[in-house]
Ligand binder design. Sequence first.
Ligand code: S2G
Ligand code: ZN
Length: 462
Amino acid sequence: MSSILEILKNNFDASFFKTSKEDLLKYGKDWTNFIPPNPLIIIFPKTIFDVQKIVQLANEHHFVLVPSGGRTGLSAGAVAAQNEVVVSMDKMDKILSFNELEQTIQVEAGVITENIKKIAEENNLIFPIDFASKGSSQIGGNIATNAGGIQVVKYGLIRNWVTGLKVVTGRGEILELNQGLIKNATGYDLRHLFIGSEGTLGFIVEATLQFISPPKNKQVILFGHPNIEAVIKTMSTFRKKIDFLAFEFFSDSCVDYVMEHTQVDTPLPQRFPYYSILEFESNDGKNNDIVFQLYQELYQEKIILDDAFGSDSISIKKIWGYRENISASISSFSPYKNDLSVTISNIHLFLLEIEKVVVNHYPLFKILWYGHIADGNLHLNIIKSNDISISEFEKKCKEVNILIFEIVQKYKGSISAEHGVGLLKKSYLEYSKSQEEIFYMKMIKNIFDPNHIMNKGKIFDA
Ligand code: S2G
Ligand code: ZN
């Protein structure tokens, strides 16, 4: 290890490094809590050529690099537990250009997501990727995990909004992928291999991102429901008649945490087992009429039991707060997270089957359901009861994971809908990917990173 430090310090001056115990702990991990960080050193490249030099040294001297962005990951994709060299993009945070005609922005990988969204809004546009961690996540990490968030049902995943990508491959080559073109039919689109690659093929160092005109006159309604079937029935009823911007759900068990953490009152005068949030454009009131008529039908059928409507920014923010603040409100309780997805028609039976398994095995644990139900994506968070230790809790959760993932496999679902595989979900990959698919992924890894210096051990053991 000392020779690696020597090699790095012979090539970069002290301003490039952080080595204190606090910094090693801080930069050696992400938002996951179950794997202790143990990095060798943290290095902060300032240019693409610094990144290229680091990759070349890693190949020559065979040491592993862990790319690090905003460190908001939830599958330990940015955890350095094996004395790796963490390469933080914090100092590669320049906004390079904004193209008014193309409505695109060119940024370095270390730019904070929210700053990109602000620049779009300053130009009367939006960057249509929205999630709770946007204030600390970096765009490079969002792209490396193909981030989603609450507007995927309308705008898709970040993959749809990356028109150009500059990368340093695991071989140390700089590739400029797609150069911002809308159309480019010249063979394999390598950009899409790097999007979602979790830092295992190389470093994302720059991106060209597409902005779009904002929706007009957003309307938001929070509904109270008797059960999950009612949530699904509400989603499918509205989906048939309007092109909504978002449809999210959460169980009542989430509400206590959000009320405690954000000091808000109850979402509705009465508490209900489930809630959903519908966001849509008014469309000169036409959609409001449709929604109101459908609401009345669903209310008659007791599918919807109550509602709270928001059309001004304050009420919209308050309503979204019940959903967007769940993750932050529960994080201090070290929840065991599962981020699952199935096709939409399977959600109802899938959720009920998982809930049955979880309740049978976790009678004392709190079960929190929330997520992007219109994408088929459910976030299952288990909160530990006070009667057992964290390690006992994690052991029990891992035991039940097998039963949960068998149900995922039965419904041909995904063991990780949007948070990536990283280290936490690696041992369950086969529940969602065939042996043949994993073989091809490993072959692709060998092409871009033949010496396995890039985030070794993440997603799979190459
Ligand atoms: C969400 C955020 C991370 C979490 O709230 O949609 O993806 O807590 C999550 O699961
Ligand atoms: Zn999510």
